[in-house]
Design a protein around this ligand. Sequence first.
Ligand code: FUB
Length: 324
Amino acid sequence: MAEQKKPLVTNIFTADPSAHVFNDRIYVYPSHDLPHDGEDNDEGDEYRMEDYHILSMENLDAECVDNGEALHMRDVPWVSKQMWAPDVAYKDGKYYLYFPARDKDGIFRIGVAESESPVGPFKAESDYMKGSYSIDPAVFVDDDGRVYMYNGGLWGGQLEKWKTGSFDPEGGENAKDEPEVGPLVVELADNMKEMKGSYEHIKILDENGEELRAGDEDRRYFEGPWMHKYNGKYYFSYSTGTTHYLVYATGDSPMGPFTYQGRIMEPVIGWTTHHSIIEYHGKWYLFYHDCELSGGINHRRTVKYRELKYREDGSIITIDPYKD
Ligand code: FUB
């Protein structure tokens, strides 16, 4: 069982899967790709998503169900367009959906919406999370109950436009021999809707303890963060964007620093690669997307999963998405 390589659903195009196990069932929080006939560009204008549909499975052998619209941008007062990759966290009987979208000034922010059901419908706060910016929130609840949000994405995700601490429309990536811009992390407040303090940039180090360089495109952070814990270690994983790898770095604290370890998955068909990792009934699984079904159309993606295997030393065995 569970060596799935086919799309979870085909009635809609889905991407950026954030998978979770709640009450022994698997829930997947993807973004929802819509048709588009404009040009692809570095701003990501081809990803013009407007709503979220939540997918669920009784177990990994069961049929995957599309639970319908859980939140639409028409019901979020601060959003102008592009509801991109979301995530969900559970606390004290409530589910919190974290989602990036452009505000009325075209700046990506992170919003929060709440529901008593893991499949929604979700009710959004009237404004975005104060102090938030850029895309791709991944929210991790640690064993001690503290909650951390990781996010950020270059290019369309605008991360490099915030290097000075405020939005600079002309802001660019660092020079190739300088440290990378780096992903963001912040602890969330007890109410799950506010930041406790402000963002810090995570440091990802190479084998010599040096921060990864901006020009190290095979390893530097681009977008799509995820955090999981395996045998007491923190595994911070992400997409390298321009080189299309899913990679990981490990550390002893949820705030980093993390040391680069290697690849989780080789490139998929399509430009973007975005993932999540869950443990289910004692095995580990990687959820990801590709554009195989649409014949390589970048903004027509489908969500899939594969088993993820570790070596004795805790390193991850790299997956080739098109081989067993
Ligand atoms: O789906 C829109 C964007 O594409 C996501 O936010 C990125 O992670 C990339 O997958």
